[in-house]
Design a protein around this ligand. Sequence first.
Ligand code: IMP
Ligand code: MG
Length: 179
Amino acid sequence: MHNDVEKILFTEEQIAARVRALGAELSRDYAGKNPLMLCILKGAFVFFADLTRAMDMPVAMDFMQVSSYGAGAVSSGNIRILKDTAVPVAGRDVIIVEDIIDSGNSLYRLKGLLKERGASSVKICAFLDKASRRTAPVAADYVGYVIEDAFVVGYGLDYAEKYRNFPYLGILKREIYEK
Ligand code: IMP
Ligand code: MG
């Protein structure tokens, strides 16, 4: 399986240090609050587990799964809710935790939805940001790494449900997703 990776972008150790720093930043910014950390399944689950444990404060956690219509390596504009939150978001300071922002379409819609539902504030914390690919008017408030436009896997991110368990982040060989 590791042969499918062309290049390691960030090692397990590099990621751990970066995520700890993000957790510390969130702890400072949300001091005295009780934010609702919202994990966007499935890709963010590894990042979410590490990030929340790097936050030295009370946090609540919930999970949502949304999906773009259509499959493949490029995502489309509409989203569907596959799994909704278990607790109401009204009146909460929500921090959306995402694996990667690509076009930004799904996050843009999700952020709008959470505001409609009465969240006091909605911020986005993304492990990765493919900034050059953005088409929707949405920006992450907290970002692990801005990366180039390549298809990456590991640390929760998949291609066809594979590679999520890789502890590092790597660029997938083109021949894997173009065959
Ligand atoms: P967006 O709505 O175009 O921003 O889509 C973001 C979603 O596309 C992420 O949550 C991922 O599930 C998926 N995605 C985008 N780029 C990659 C990638 O390089 N590797 C794995 N998944 C990706
Ligand atoms: Mg995904």
